[in-house]
Design a protein around this ligand. Structure first.
Ligand code: IMP
Ligand code: MG
Length: 179
C-alpha cells in the first residue's frame, strides 16, 4: 500500500502509547463501575480492539452500525440504525468509541439516541478529532489526537472501503483519488 500513501500523520507507536494513556485514564474514571464500551462500526473496530486490551477492568463490549444520509462525503446528521445494541443500557455507564469525529453530526445524533434509553452516563472516546467537531455541541471526554482538516485513512478509517487495515494513520497520494 506504500505507493498509495502521501504522509504518515500518526505512527503505530504513537497510537499504542496514546491508547495506554487513555486506557489508564478510563480505568481510573470508571473504577468500581460496570462499563459498557460501544464501538461504532466499521471504523471503530481497531480502536475498540486495542483500547479494550489497554483497559485493566472487565468491560462489556457491544456494537452499533449507523448510516448517515447525505450527499457524497458530507454527513447530514440524519441517521439510520443499521445494527442496534444487543444490550439494554438502562442504568448503565456507556462509553461510545469512535475512530474519527469530523462534523460530529452522526455522533451527536447517536448520543441523543442512547441518552433517550435511560443510561446512567454516556461519554465519548475518539481516536481522532478534526477541527469541525468544535462547532457542534458535543462533549468529547477522551481524544487520542487532534488532527487538521484533511482526509485520512488507516487504523479503521477507509477510503472507498480500503486502507482500514493500515496500522497507522496517514493521507493518501492524489493519484489514488483520481483512479
Ligand atoms: P462526522 O462528519 O463526524 O459525522 O463523521 C462521519 C463519518 O465520516 C465518520 O464516522 C467516518 O466514517 C467518516 N469520516 C470522516 N472523516 C474521515 C476521514 O478523514 N477519513 C475517513 N473517513 C472519515
Ligand atoms: Mg466512525
Amino acid at each position: 500500500m506504500g505507493q498509495d500513501l502521501e504522509k504518515v500523520l500518526v505512527t503505530e507507536d504513537e497510537i499504542k502509547t496514546r491508547l495506554a494513556e487513555m486506557g489508564a485514564q478510563i480505568d481510573a474514571d470508571y473504577a468500581g463501575r460496570d462499563l459498557l464500551i460501544v464501538g461504532v462500526l466499521k471504523g471503530a473496530v481497531m480502536v475498540m480492539a486495542d483500547l479494550a486490551r489497554a483497559l485493566h477492568s472487565p468491560v462489556s463490549m457491544d456494537w452499533m452500525a449507523v448510516s448517515s444520509y447525505g450527499a457524497g462525503t458530507t454527513s447530514s446528521g440524519v441517521v439510520r440504525i443499521l445494527k442496534d445494541l444487543e444490550t439494554d443500557i438502562q442504568g448503565r455507564d456507556v462509553l461510545v468509541v469512535e475512530d474519527v469525529i469530523d462534523s460530529g453530526l452522526t455522533l451527536s445524533w447517536l448520543v441523543g439516541n442512547l441518552k433517550s434509553r435511560g443510561p446512567r452516563s454516556v461519554e465519548i472516546c475518539t481516536m481522532i478529532r478534526k477541527p469541525l467537531a468544535f462547532e457542534v455541541d458535543l462533549e468529547v471526554r477522551y481524544v487520542g489526537f487532534d488532527l487538521p482538516n484533511e482526509f485520512i485513512v488507516g487504523y479503521g478509517l477507509d477510503y472507498a472501503e480500503k486502507y482500514r487495515n493500515l496500522p497507522f494513520i496517514g493521507t493518501l497520494a492524489p493519484h489514488v483519488y483520481e483512479k
